[in-house]
Ligand binder design. Structure first.
Ligand SMILES: Cc1cc2nc3c(=O)[nH]c(=O)nc-3n(C[C@H](O)[C@H](O)[C@H](O)COP(=O)(O)OP(=O)(O)OC[C@H]3O[C@@H](n4cnc5c(N)ncnc54)[C@H](O)[C@@H]3O)c2cc1C
Length: 282
């Protein structure tokens, strides 16, 4: 279907985009890579009067090294993340996960910021962002604020980005030297995750010093498996399976045609074990 008619704006600065959003109110919608928004408009599930394209705002693109953390602009396409040596070296988990998003065309158009604000619980960016302890920078009429990834995802398709606000960048503390793995379970390639697990570990002398584990599609938002992270501390490879057994504790996974919640709970434990062992180099 063809979307309902709308006015198209393409501001070149964050300030102009915020002004256009304020003026448009409820009737304005921000466009990033369009990979989620355009299908919604074409199906007429939403019919904004004004579409504000962020594609010409250079300040929202790119990957920077800022000392102890990386900054990724919200409009940075997935493909730039996958090809970035900087992200591979300091936040390898994000490269592992983003490389699993859909296909090359979608990775070329889709953006890290668009995926995070869209907040599909089956999306592949939320869990690694949580596991990496990232912070999200949000700009609005009152200035800029920073939200931790723990507080960013509010509910199904709902984030801390409020009306009239924009996600501008993602700040990721460096995890240099950490091993990582994203285990995505799908029935056919290029599908959304039935369940996926994002794991990154710091290992010394064969023993886990620190572990971070994020879960995809195990509830209405991405989740952090903190119990598993605790259980993994001080463990060697042989002890990993037992430490990962409780990966689904405290989760509320959906049931759908791809699998019921019990199946997803089972998958979470299996994929966590695999992801952690692979991150350790096993
Ligand atoms: C066939 C297909 C398969 C896919 N498979 C996968 C998959 O396997 N894994 C996966 O993770 N994703 C998948 N996706 C989704 C893809 O990752 C999208 O690119 C992503 O969800 C949205 O990113 P976008 O840049 O295209 O955002 P858009 O579609 O442009 O925007 C999405 C939403 O976020 C809002 N928004 C965007 N940027 C900002 C911002 N900076 N500030 C405030 N609001 C903003 C928009 O207003 C809109 O509501 C798939 C998509 C398609 C079409």
């Amino acid at each position: 279907m063809i979307p309902a008619a709308f006015d198209y704006l393409a501001p070149t600065s964050v300030e102009d985009a915020l002004a256009a959003l304020a003026e448009g109110g409820d009737d304005a919608k921000v466009l990033a890579g369009g990979q989620s928004l355009l299908p919604i408009l074409r199906m007429r599930l939403n019919a904004p009067e004004k579409v504000i394209d962020l594609g010409r705002i250079e300040a929202l693109r790119g990957i920077r090294d800022e000392g102890d953390h990386l900054v990724i602009g919200a409009m940075t396409p997935y493909s730039d993340v996958v090809e970035s040596d900087l992200v591979r070296e300091h936040a390898g988990l994000l490269v592992d996960a983003v490389a699993e998003v859909a296909d090359p065309q979608i990775r070329h158009r889709g953006t890290v910021g668009g995926a995070l604000v869209h907040a599909d619980p089956a999306g592949d960016v939320g869990a690694p962002i949580m596991a990496l302890d990232a912070e999200l920078v949000i700009a609005g009429p009152g200035g800029e604020r920073t939200v931790s990834s723990d507080d960013f995802f509010v509910d199904l398709f709902e984030t801390a980005v409020g009306e009239g606000e924009l996600l501008t960048s993602i700040r990721i503390p460096k995890h240099t030297g950490w091993g990582s793995c994203y285990e995505k379970f799908v029935r056919v390639s290029h599908q959304w995750s039935i369940v996926a697990v994002a794991a990154t570990v710091k290992v010394e002398g064969g023993v886990i010093q620190e572990a971070r584990v994020g879960l995809t599609n195990m509830g209405s938002t991405p989740l952090r498996a903190r119990g598993v992270e605790e259980a993994l501390r001080g463990k060697a490879m042989d002890d990993v399976p037992a430490a990962c057994a409780g990966a689904a504790e405290g989760t509320n996974p959906p049931s759908d045609l791809n699998g019921d919640s019990d199946y997803r709970r089972h998958l979470a434990a299996v994929l966590t074990r695999r992801a952690v062992l692979a991150a350790m180099g096993g």
